[in-house]
Design a protein around this ligand. Structure first.
Ligand code: ZN
Ligand code: CU
Length: 487
């Protein structure tokens, strides 16, 4: 037979957390057709991949790309890293199902302006993604805060039984239309007053589907262990998997506690499917939160509606220039976005290296001066943390961004290089791959990513996107509890 594409002699790191092997890969009709010795085979396009690694396309399990996949479907920040699938709807915020009556509440404004929330049903969003032909595959969670915004006049209280019932109906409809599960952002003021019982009732809708519960914990500061317990309680109640989003020890008083957090995660994993995602940086980013303003670590402003020219500057400098306190400066800048240099590097490494953690960027594509994780998270794990620091072998780095992720989120026939699987693939140079984006120049493509295929279509080559947009909407493909059976 004649293949569409033949990738010859790459070191195949297949996503299963086992060391690589050299072979040829034949791709046909969007799928990996043959792995082996194809020296006599013919193809439309032949790529000599000698000395390079062929891995499954990376799955960014933690994104806020909900509206950008439709408005800027070329998805260059992700494609240029080798990402072939994004999971949207994290941290309690999703573009659908949403019917706004005014401007989006914080932090839904991270996803776009009011007019970008035009998907009253999840099926509307799904159709819009399909119609936009994004360059990467898209799967979606439903945000708890998004559901609250549909049914509550005031987000600073817990929901009434009537409001919870209305949210349940929308969640159930969305799951039926292929949503992966429910996300919460309980740390944010727009969900913080939701009592545990509100979430317990909502997750009951997940049980029948075996859908996943992901959570930006109620606290990532001193009460983080209590917040983890709340998350596990919620998951056990519904008998569904729990993913802790961007697990971290936030705030100077909390540094060094990652062994405790990981012990708690490990203990919970013994009798329930749990895991976490993590981005490979010791700084976080979100909207500017007055509760997080401190002089214990550096804070930079990424955007500000009243003071747009302050993007990229230190809060300390701004406060000095205005001759006001940090808190007063922050108040004047709002609404705004910030980077908080509030983690300890040793904690980041411990969490990233833990077998239960996956890689997710948490990139903020709307931000005019984004945290560099938007453009650099995946190559940073491969280059900086695996190759240069030696935190884990390359096949483990790849597993944390492919096979593990696909299993956890039930993305069938993706996340591994196997015959019959979809040909989401990335070819990279293991010696050269590195993140280039940093905190001063955050919008720069990684180096060493030589080729990216999405559903068998070459979409990025040698530092350039070629305009192909072969991504698809990925509906939940079964009971996600199965993704944890290997534990
Ligand atoms: Zn979050
Ligand atoms: Cu997030």
């Amino acid at each position: 037979m004649t293949y569409d594409t033949l990738i010859r002699q790459a070191l195949i790191i297949d996503g299963s957390n086992t060391p690589g092997y050299v072979a040829d890969v034949g791709v046909h009709a969007g799928r990996i057709r043959t792995i082996g010795d194809l020296s006599t085979a013919r193809a439309e396009q032949v790529i000599d991949a000698h000395g390079r690694v062929l891995a499954p396309g990376f799955i960014d399990v933690h994104t806020h790309d909900d509206t950008v996949v439709i408005r800027q479907p070329q998805m260059l920040p992700k494609l240029s890293q080798g990402v072939t699938t994004v999971i949207v709807g994290n941290c309690g915020i999703s573009a659908s199902p949403v019917s706004l009556r005014s401007d989006p509440p914080d932090p839904m404004n991270l996803l776009g302006k009011r007019e970008q929330f035009c998907y009253p049903r999840f099926s509307d969003y799904r159709n819009a993604v399909q119609g936009a032909d994004p360059a990467v595959n898209v799967a979606a969670l439903i945000g708890h805060t998004a559901l609250r915004s549909n049914h509550m006049d005031d987000l600073h209280r817990t929901a009434t039984p009537y409001e919870i019932a209305a949210m349940r109906v929308q969640l159930q409809e969305s799951l039926e239309a292929g949503a992966l599960g429910l996300s919460t952002g309980l740390a944010y003021a727009s969900a913080f007053n939701a009592e545990t019982d509100e979430v317990l009732q909502l997750v009951e809708e997940l049980t029948a589907y075996g859908a996943v519960y992901t959570t930006h914990l109620r606290s990532e500061f001193e009460p983080v262990l209590e917040a983890m317990d709340e998350a596990f309680l919620i998951g056990r109640h519904a008998r569904v998997p729990v993913i802790i989003s961007h697990l971290k020890c936030a705030g100077a008083g909390n540094w060094g506690r990652s062994p405790q957090l990981l012990a708690a995660l490990q203990a919970a994993a013994e009798n329930h499917p749990v895991g976490c995602d993590c981005y490979p940086y010791a700084a976080s980013s979100s909207t500017l939160d007055l509760k997080q303003v401190t002089d214990a670590f550096r804070i930079t402003i990424t955007w500000s509606t009243p003071h747009p020219h302050m993007g990229g500057r230190d809060l300390q400098d701004i406060a000095g220039e205005w001759n006001v306190s940090l808190l007063e400066a922050a108040r004047r800048l709002q609404p705004a976005g910030a980077v908080y240099y509030g983690m300890d590097e040793a904690d980041v490494r411990r969490i990233l290296a833990h077998p239960l953690s996956m890689v997710g960027s948490d990139g903020l594509p709307e931000d005019p001066f984004p945290h560099p994780r938007l453009w650099g998270a995946f190559p940073r794990v491969l280059g900086h943390f695996s190759r240069d620091v030696g935190l884990f072998p390359l096949h483990t780095a790849v597993h944390k961004m492919t096979g593990l992720s696909a299993a956890r989120f039930g993305l069938a026939e993706r996340g591994e290089i196997r015959e019959g699987y979809w040909a989401d693939l990335v070819l990279f140079d293991p010696l050269r791959v590195r993140d280039v984006a940093d905190f001063t120049a955050p919008q720069r493509a990684a180096e060493g990513i030589d080729g990216v295929w999405v559903n068998g279509v070459l979409s990025y080559r040698d530092g350039q996107a070629n305009g192909a947009r072969a991504g698809r909407f990925l509906a939940r493909s079964g009971d996600l509890r199965g993704g944890f059976t290997a534990l």
